[in-house]
Design a protein around this ligand. Structure first.
Ligand code: PBG
Length: 327
């Protein structure tokens, strides 16, 4: 006879790995992960990004190393970021048939038949001022002039063979503008994954090293969201849904799990989140010091994003974590 009569003993369901696996509510799968890839101009370039260990900028003649490693690890979805040879005030490399992303798309298409190619659609890596669009003389971002260039960029990526485009500039009306342009030119089947809820975050610091895109003046607070705001995330997401977004994204991920959970509850579209550069670097730095178990921490973080409601995760951990996951 037990001394205590506990009607509910949750530990009863934790007694063996079989049981734990049977009652597990959330699973992290290889297919949930999307790997960011940085492609730069020039030749023979394989630069490790100092603030992002194990992540490299590659020139096109070197990028197959990364793609081969990804294929080997079972990661077939990538999001491409470009670093052009020339930056200018409007980021014209982004809508030029010979731009770094357009050439990358064709290069990968020619060599590999099983990669799903998503392109980040923005201007900050391509403008000499580092802002995400056309800037007026007074330094403010010209929303509607930027929309026109976004249409050009979206079309140019579509023509070069993108499978999906992911606009990340937080420009009002960007989804509607791009959808209209794509539909008009025969790309009505091309999906748009909107960075619908993107905060003005300090967690992007290492990424800006990676693509050399830190703003030369000011900051991105007039277009990216205030980290203090939760309700506003729903306002942003609703606009993008109404304008025709096919998938939504919340970015960053780890400090915004409440927002991921809100968006999951409110909308039925597939939901991605971006486990951004700073979230990656913090783990790598602590692991390099031997303070934390890198794989354990990375897995637990990504699992928390799934548990909060994300379907897909853009993460720099994809390549290294995928082999330990089920498909
Ligand atoms: C904009 C863009 C950024 C990231 C993805 N797309 C940077 C920014 O808004 O400054 C950040 C990704 C990361 O930090 O990993 N093109």
């Amino acid at each position: 006879m037990a001394e205590f009569n506990l009607t509910r003993r949750p530990r009863r369901l934790r007694g063996s790995h079989h049981l734990r696996s049977m009652v597990r509510e959330t699973h992290l799968r290889r297919d949930d992960l999307i790997m960011p890839v940085f492609i730069t101009h020039g030749e023979n370039v394989r630069n490790e990004i100092p603030s992002m260990p194990d992540i490299y900028q590659y020139s096109l003649d070197e990028v197959d190393r990364e793609l081969d490693a990804l294929a080997e690890a079972g990661v077939h979805r990538v999001i491409l970021f470009g670093i052009p040879s020339e930056k200018d005030p409007v980021g014209s490399d982004t809508f030029c048939d010979d731009g770094i992303i357009q050439r990358s798309l064709r290069h990968i298409r020619d060599r590999y038949d099983d990669f799903y190619l998503i392109t980040d659609v923005c201007f900050c890596e391509y403008t000499d001022h580092g802002h995400c669009g056309v800037v007026r003389d007074d330094g403010t971002l010209d929303n509607d002039a930027t929309l026109k260039n976004l249409q050009k960029q979206a079309l140019s990526h579509a023509e070069a063979g993108a499978d999906m485009i992911a606009p990340s500039g937080m420009i009002d009306g960007m989804i509607g503008a791009m959808r209209t342009a794509l539909d008009k030119e025969g790309f009505s089947a091309l999906p748009i994954m909107s960075y619908a809820v993107k905060y003005a975050s300090s967690f992007y610091g290492p990424f800006r090293d990676a693509v050399e895109s830190a703003p030369q003046f000011g900051d991105r607070k007039t277009y990216q969201m205030d980290p203090a705001n939760r309700r506003e995330a729903r306002v942003e997401a609703r606009l993008d849904v109404d304008e025709g977004a096919d998938l939504l994204m919340v970015k960053p991920a780890l400090s915004y799990l409440d927002v991921i959970a809100d968006i999951r509850r409110e909308f039925d579209l597939p939901l991605a989140c971006y486990n951004v550069s700073g979230e990656y670097s913090l783990v790598k730095a602590a692991a390099a010091k031997g303070w934390v178990d890198e794989t354990g921490i990375a897995h637990e973080k990504l699992l928390s994003m799934k548990r909060a409601g994300a379907d897909l995760i853009l993460t720099y951990f994809a390549r290294d974590l995928a082999p330990s996951l089920d498909a």
